[in-house]
Design a protein. Sequence first.
Length: 414
Amino acid sequence: MLAATLGLAASAEAAAQANDPYLERARRLHAQAPLIDGHNDLPWEIREKAQGDLGRLDFQQPQPGQHTDVPRLKAGGVGGVFWAAYVPVDVSRPAVVAMEQVDLIHRMTAHSPDLEMAYTAADVERIHRGGKVASLIGIEGGHAIESSLGALRQFYGAGVRYLTLTHANTIEWADAATDSARHGGLTRFGEEVVREMNRLGMLVDLSHVSPGTMSDALRVSAAPVIFSHSSARALADHPRNVPDSILVRLKANGGVVMINFYSGFTEPRAAQAMRGMFDVQRRFREQYASDPEAGRRAYDEWRRQNPVPRGTVATIADHIDHVRKVAGIDHVGLGSDYDGVTSLPEGLEDVSRYPYLTAELLRRGYSDADVRKVMGGNLLRVMRRAEETAARLQRERGPSTATIDVLDGGLVRK
């Protein structure tokens, strides 16, 4: 009886989809222009659940326990994904872990005939025209470079095209949104990190950072910045989100906010409930200092025991509306956080569901041209601008030899 009921429900949904002209139009748009997701955490899931073994967690095949696999990427009309090379703040060798995750992303891409590595905006467009999904790499957490500009350059050479300046914790040279603001934003060395990223052509990602760090980066950066997976704080009051004061400045910078799908950052009641989530995470990390894995399990259990309202596709569209209203249509994109979160809006449960968000924007009166911008056109413009800025800066100066020890008054790395 249950199977019959589920079958009837699936048939009813299929019939509704067949009669939805907005969804049909959305799928056509996905075929015409690449939808690019700014942040997907599947690589860390493969590391944690299969020790990086693609034979044990083969995302080329359906993976019901994950938000992402290749069949659903294709069903969702995805043109490109920034895979996150996430690095926990409590690992002893963050640069090594980051490079292992970069290596895993390259192996993931080689493993799938449906994926191809991309390093430039032109690559993304070419790969999409060829019917494949563009793989891109972003490192999540500036602690991964271990305060070394040489390490930053090596990561760029390995294919990394954005660096999230912090994760949940304030680091030696930048304040995080969900930790104490020790520096008032970026230190002098932090500013030099931004300048060297500009010279390389690596996007400056301001998700997770404090408003002070956002402000300093906007002041220093010669290229447009991104928020790879953040939402509007005016709608959901969580410190991980972007204040209107920054959205106003983003317009002049030319950058883009890529809307996060996590319920705790997008649904207003959920955001209030999750304001202390990173404090809880730190508490478990300290409590289980001798057993980090136990600390992670305790935190995951805490999140399961503290469910939040999920929101809907309309919730995410509301955030897109707000960024469009404050910063403009040229400054909004998508950064789902799939496979890095525990709660997602109804209707956006996995990567196959992107067309439903596209259809919601069309239903709200967005033009095809504006939808293409949100899907990925704005990010491609930012990438091109970063590439052009890098070419100019490389003609003007060589690699920076600055060190944190000198710029920040004698700090010594451990």
